[in-house]
Ligand binder design. Structure first.
Ligand code: SF4
Length: 420
């Protein structure tokens, strides 16, 4: 039986799809590219913006056109939020929301009368967290250690789509990291919805720092990155430990969202701009020494939040100028039905949002180039990937600078010191 996969959205979705794929292959199915006519398709959907819902529907319809006889399995956040809408699309065979993910493969195989080969990993604890990791890439793997969120920021649908915060038991996270290491992968990006919230409500009382320490001990993995972490959950104790010579790299992806305290509190964010700035300063002090690579800060910023006047937008722009991140991930606010922000006054027009995105893109380009320039002539450790373009291979340094060099297959998947 042939199966093909389509994944939309975040790193979590990619880790989950990759895990389903390994389970189906273990059960004897053959994986084919989605363009090919398959007997089964699995679509892992996203609902972070209204556009993502439409994209998810289009993907399902496209696959039905490719093979009208095929059975289409749909999972992910859109399936969780709008199961009936999804069931109404032609070709859809099964719909799995968050609660159904852990037994998705088993349910499908038994319905198809196919034997469930060996032990299909089940979730280990009552919080029904489906542990997952991405495979197929030789250099790095996304390891899902946490799911859900309890914050309910005013603009966000994720807590409704992915449920309350819960964690993969530490032993299961370590087992998956060892499995990843056995595949020759050197770098792991730990991921979740609110990754720093790892351990909340854990029966065993396992904390985020416990997780980092346990993963740090896994043989074969040489580098870790944290995919994204809320500023208030990145404690000084954790920073001190990370900076004390561990496998965790000087690269932090932190959601700021806005540089206006008025908007931070309106959106229900759990920190002030002053606290945010001093957190970055604390990290810089712990990591940055003369001649050492600088810390790479990638910050999420949302423009056009309801109530974001031109003045408040300028406050955000000048705050970013002051704290000087290496990169800004820019998101235009997307009105999500059912969220408090959708009902708020002061909605910003699409044209104005687009103008503000452009302003921050220009700022990001300048800050990113300054960050790279500051490392010219410096020794950096780069993990080279195996894909070659125009005779060149490339990879990321410890502080997330993209480096290219003439391709040398002996160096694929290896960490190499180069002069930048
Ligand atoms: S912390 Fe992140 S995932 Fe959670 S509600 Fe806020 S924006 Fe959404």
């Amino acid at each position: 039986m042939k199966i093909a996969f389509v994944t939309l959205g975040c790193k979590l979705n990619y880790a989950e799809t990759s895990t389903y794929e390994r389970q189906f292959v273990k059960a004897g199915l053959e994986v084919v590219p989605w363009k090919e006519a398959a007997d089964l398709y699995l679509v892992n959907t996203c609902t972070v913006t209204e556009t993502s819902n439409a994209k998810s529907r289009n993907e399902i319809r496209k696959l039905h056109r490719i093979n009208p006889e095929a059975r289409i399995i749909v999972t992910g956040c859109y399936a969780q939020m709008k199961p009936e809408e999804v069931r109404g699309i032609e070709g859809v065979w099964k719909v799995f929301g968050s609660a159904g993910k852990a037994t998705l493969v088993e349910d499908c195989l038994s319905e198809l009368g196919l034997p469930v080969e060996g032990e299909v990993p089940k979730v280990a604890d009552s919080g029904s967290v489906f542990g997952a990791y991405s495979s197929g890439e030789r250099t790095r793997s996304f390891l899902k250690v946490q799911d859900g969120c309890d914050n309910f920021c005013a603009y966000c649908t994720v807590p409704y789509a992915r449920g309350r915060s819960r964690s993969v038991p530490l032993c299961e996270a370590v087992r998956m990291a060892q499995e990843i290491a056995s595949q020759g992968v050197r770098e792991i990006v730990i991921t979740g919805v609110n990754t720093g919230d790892y351990g909340r409500g854990s029966l065993a009382g396992e904390s985020f720092l416990d997780l980092l320490k346990a993963l740090n001990g896994v043989e074969g993995i040489e580098r870790y990155r944290i995919s994204s972490i809320e500023p208030n959950l990145l404690t000084e104790e954790t920073i001190d430990w990370i900076a004390s010579g561990t496998k965790f790299q000087p690269h932090f992806h932190i959601p700021l969202q806005t540089g206006s305290d008025a908007l931070l509190s309106r959106m229900g964010r759990k920190y002030s701009c002053a606290e945010f700035a001093s957190k970055l300063e604390y990290i810089r002090k712990r990591f940055e020494h003369p001649g050492a690579p600088k810390v790479f800060f990638g910050l999420d910023v949302m423009v056009g939040l309801p109530g974001e006047t031109e003045e408040l937008f300028e406050t955000t722009r000048s705050f970013l100028e002051k704290i000087r991140p290496a990169f800004i991930h820019i998101f235009p606010y997307s009105k999500r039905p059912g969220t408090p922000a959708a009902e708020m006054e002061g909605q910003v027009s699409a044209e104005e949002k687009a103008r503000r995105v452009k302003v921050l893109e220009e700022l990001c380009a300048r800050l990113h180039s300054e960050f790279e320039q500051a490392h010219k002539g410096m020794k950096l450790k780069v993990l080279f990937e195996s894909s070659v373009k125009g005779g060149m291979m490339s990879g990321y340094s410890q502080n997330y600078i993209r480096v290219s060099r003439p391709a040398d297959s002996d160096l694929f998947g290896k960490i190499v010191e180069i002069e930048y």
